[in-house]
Design a protein around this ligand. Structure first.
Ligand code: SAH
Ligand code: SF4
Length: 368
């Protein structure tokens, strides 16, 4: 019988309580767990096993166990593309099994937002999405989600900047990888580590209804965004196959449940596609659908992808759509082209990377 040693466990995959339990179980004091947690998530130390300033027991614990059984998640930046104004950086991170995921950093000094991936690929198959077009590969672990945050925090530290917001709008469907996502977010919010504010973290879902109900029941403190994109089942199912499983009536009922329980508003994302979902009729249906809900609509420009022939709505039609929603008393914002919508094209860098010319043109578009 051949012997297969277990692969090392990433410290980034442990909750604080797991780390504490492990260290205390090995005879260390609880304070060592706090020291190590701070080194990982506040100091962003890539090699805590080499620390000379740790007290003897923790130093020895790390040295004796490094690589077997413990290590850190590797997420090497293989590609980093900046928009020409330098305000948006798209990173491609390579994971231990050569899977690549995208992470985007965007914003202004003092107002940086990180856009994280939660899966390699995505099972939801939305027709206009580059990630959906590549299909599902695998879930990311909590440590792989944290590794993306650590990569962007290191970049920001180089320029003396701080991260303000986090959106889970990269590759993958967060509520399809619920446990790992919630563990990573709890890690990101924990003091004395990264200590991000939960209200500055936004979870975006295509409408996985049981996940929304669980998110509500667990009273998760993060903001919720729903990618709606269409206000009739017919049109929504054509764009988002997930609508066949959880149609609009169930989705809106889950949204209502969330709003009633949490008292929070929901951000509804709407990617404008000319002639498909930008018509006065869809605007009217959308206003009807959201009537009485504490909703905010974010209109997003469609980024062209290889597998979808739709084109984005012209400015005049987008403004008319926005006005129609606002006239119904619902706050509605058009996202700037280089804002969240750049991240909304997540999956594009990975699928375009083998075609350098296309990447170049995508970058100049983003710089608008
Ligand atoms: N799976 C989650 C989060 C990741 S996608 C979700 O669907 O909400 C993040 C956002 O990007 C979604 O609103 C999605 O509809 C949008 N998006 C995906 N592809 C896009 C594209 N080509 N152009 C514009 N927005 C896109
Ligand atoms: Fe998945 Fe979101 Fe893309 Fe749909 S839009 S395929 S849910 S990543």
């Amino acid at each position: 019988m051949s012997f297969h040693p277990s692969p090392p466990v990433s410290l980034y995959d442990l909750t604080f309580d797991q780390l504490l339990g492990t260290l205390v179980g090995d005879g260390l004091r609880p304070a060592h767990a706090t020291t190590l947690w701070r080194a990982l998530y506040r100091e962003l130390d890539p090699a805590p096993n080499l620390r000379a300033d740790f007290l003897g027991p923790l130093r020895r614990w790390l040295q004796e166990r490094w690589e077997a059984p413990y290590t850190l998640t590797t997420a090497d930046i293989t590609t980093c593309i900046s928009s020409s104004d330098g305000l948006t950086r798209k990173l491609l991170l390579r994971l231990h099994d050569a899977q690549e995921v995208e992470t985007v950093l965007m914003g202004y000094p003092g107002r940086f937002t990180a856009c994280l991936s939660t899966q390699a690929g995505c099972a939801m198959g939305c027709v206009f999405c580059a990630t959906g077009q590549m299909g599902f590969v695998r879930h990311l672990t909590p440590g792989e989600i944290m590794a993306q945050l650590i990569a962007v925090q290191r970049l920001l530290r180089e320029s003396g900047d701080a991260l303000r917001n986090v959106v889970l709008m990269g590759m993958g469907e967060p509520l399809h990888n619920y446990d790992a996502v919630m563990q990573a977010l709890a890690t990101a919010c924990r003091a004395p580590g990264m200590a991000l504010g939960p209200s500055r973290i936004s979870v975006s879902t295509v409408g996985v209804v049981p996940g929304i109900v669980r998110f509500t029941d667990e009273r998760q403190p993060y903001s919720l965004a729903i990618s709606l994109h269409a206000a009739t089942d017919e049109e929504r199912s054509a764009l988002l196959p997930v609508n066949q499983r959880w149609p609009l009536s169930e989705l809106i009922a889950a949204c209502r449940y969330y709003m009633e329980r949490s008292g929070a508003k929901i951000f509804f994302g709407w990617t404008l596609i000319a002639g498909r979902n930008d018509t006065p009729e869809q605007a009217r249906r959308l206003s009807e659908l959201l009537r009485g809900l504490n909703a905010h609509v974010n209109l997003i420009r469609l980024n062209a992808t290889a597998g979808f022939s739709g084109v984005t709505t012209e400015d005049v039609a987008a403004a008319a759509f926005q006005k129609s929603i606002q006239d119904a008393g619902i706050p509605c914002t058009i996202r700037q082209f280089r804002g969240i919508d750049v991240a909304a094209g997540c999956g594009q860098l990975r699928s375009e990377r083998t075609k350098p010319r296309k990447v170049a043109s995508m970058v100049s578009e983003e710089a608008v």
